[in-house]
Design a protein around this ligand. Structure first.
Ligand SMILES: O=C(O)CCC(=O)C(=O)O
Length: 344
């Protein structure tokens, strides 16, 4: 590292320690998170891109108060089937595809995140697997993550061009400790972030369902020793973060809810909703799910792995999806989803 770079890093580190960021920047907060946000007034003027299959004002008010919404029976079975058959093709023939995955098993230490060809096939079909950005390969994945029901809601919350940030595909529960997404899933504006949790089957209590603390999006933010965002200068760990969230939510008496939604439903959560993966009590019980994170084009004008580079961009239902910068030759290679008419 050059002297100038070292010096710059020191200045940033000192600034972070002396003046840590303690909250989202008010100037760039989504309108709905501002104290004067008036949902009824907003809904009078908002023109959704698609027919809305739910009561938008009710859902926006619920989001404002609780930090999440569930859009019941909004996703068609046929689209879910198309997506899952792409996932099955991938795990049956991983040698044909290029993408990253993580398997949280000690036998893969110290490198749990690898190219799929570097994992044994049977492990990719097993437990603790997280497939990263599968939507880049799968047209059905792109159509599912930009389903009209989701887009109408995100557009209303962001009031800006929505972009896809990343996706995660799970066959079993993640058992991830409690966290909020904004310190990890970073864009230039941390408050421009939301996620959708799309079940591919009815969720069972023993599968390690997702849980969340209702209203936790408004709780005081954790200080990683250098502010509210996690980076290589942070002095606090992910487990300290989890401990803070569990303790503080209990102290604030925020109810903890378990997500037992059904295939066809979708949960959308706020950047600062505290959530995690529950304990798996039946190791054979699957929990097939597709988790998609979104931001705005202002906050994330490029692929998260290529800061500053102009991305190759595809639009689905008006949402920008950046091509995978490492495996562009395989973009949309699983194209059964072309048959799906997203206006259905
Ligand atoms: O689905 C899960 O268990 C965890 C997903 C999650 O927490 C996330 O993507 O932020």
């Amino acid at each position: 590292m050059g002297l100038l770079t070292t010096l710059k890093q020191k200045v940033i580190a000192t600034k972070e320690q002396l003046f840590p960021q303690t909250e989202f920047d008010e100037a760039t907060l989504p309108w709905i998170d501002r104290p004067d946000a008036d949902v009824d007034e907003f809904v009078k003027k908002y023109q959704p891109k698609f027919d809305v299959s739910y009561n938008l004002a009710e859902k926006l008010k619920f989001w404002q108060k609780n930090g999440y919404v569930i859009l019941e029976q909004s996703i068609q079975s046929e689209l879910l089937d198309m997506f899952w058959s792409d996932v099955e093709e991938l795990v049956e023939h991983p040698e044909k595809y290029k993408m990253w995955a993580r398997i949280d098993l000690p036998k893969f230490d110290p490198v749990r995140e690898r190219h799929i060809k570097d994992f044994p096939k049977e492990d990719l079909q097993g437990k603790y697997v997280k497939l990263n950005d599968f939507h880049n390969l799968s047209v059905a994945g792109k159509k599912l993550m930009t389903h009209p029901a989701i887009v109408n809601f995100l557009d209303a919350v962001f009031q800006q061009n929505t972009v896809v940030m990343q996706s995660l595909t799970f066959m079993y529960g993640s058992q991830q400790p409690t966290h909020q997404d904004y310190p990890w899933v970073t864009a230039k504006i941390p408050s421009h972030l939301a996620a959708a949790w799309i079940p591919l089957e009815d969720i069972k209590i023993d599968s390690g369902p997702l849980y969340y603390y209702i209203g936790s999006h408004k709780m005081p933010k954790f200080n990683f020793g250098n502010g509210i965002l996690y980076n290589n200068r942070s002095t606090k760990t992910a487990l300290e973060f989890a401990d803070y969230l569990d303790t503080k939510c209990a102290e604030l008496k925020l109810p903890k809810d378990t997500l037992l939604i059904k295939r066809g439903d979708v949960l959308i959560w706020h950047a600062a909703l505290a959530h995690g993966g529950g304990l798996i009590t039946n190791p054979d019980q699957t929990r097939k799910s597709y988790v998609c994170h979104y931001s705005t084009q202002e906050a994330l004008p490029f692929h998260r792995h290529r800061f500053g580079q102009t991305p190759v961009t595809e639009y689905h239902n008006g949402v920008a999806i950046y091509q995978n910068p490492d495996f562009g030759d395989q973009e949309n290679i699983l194209n059964e989803g072309e048959k799906w008419d997203s206006k259905k």
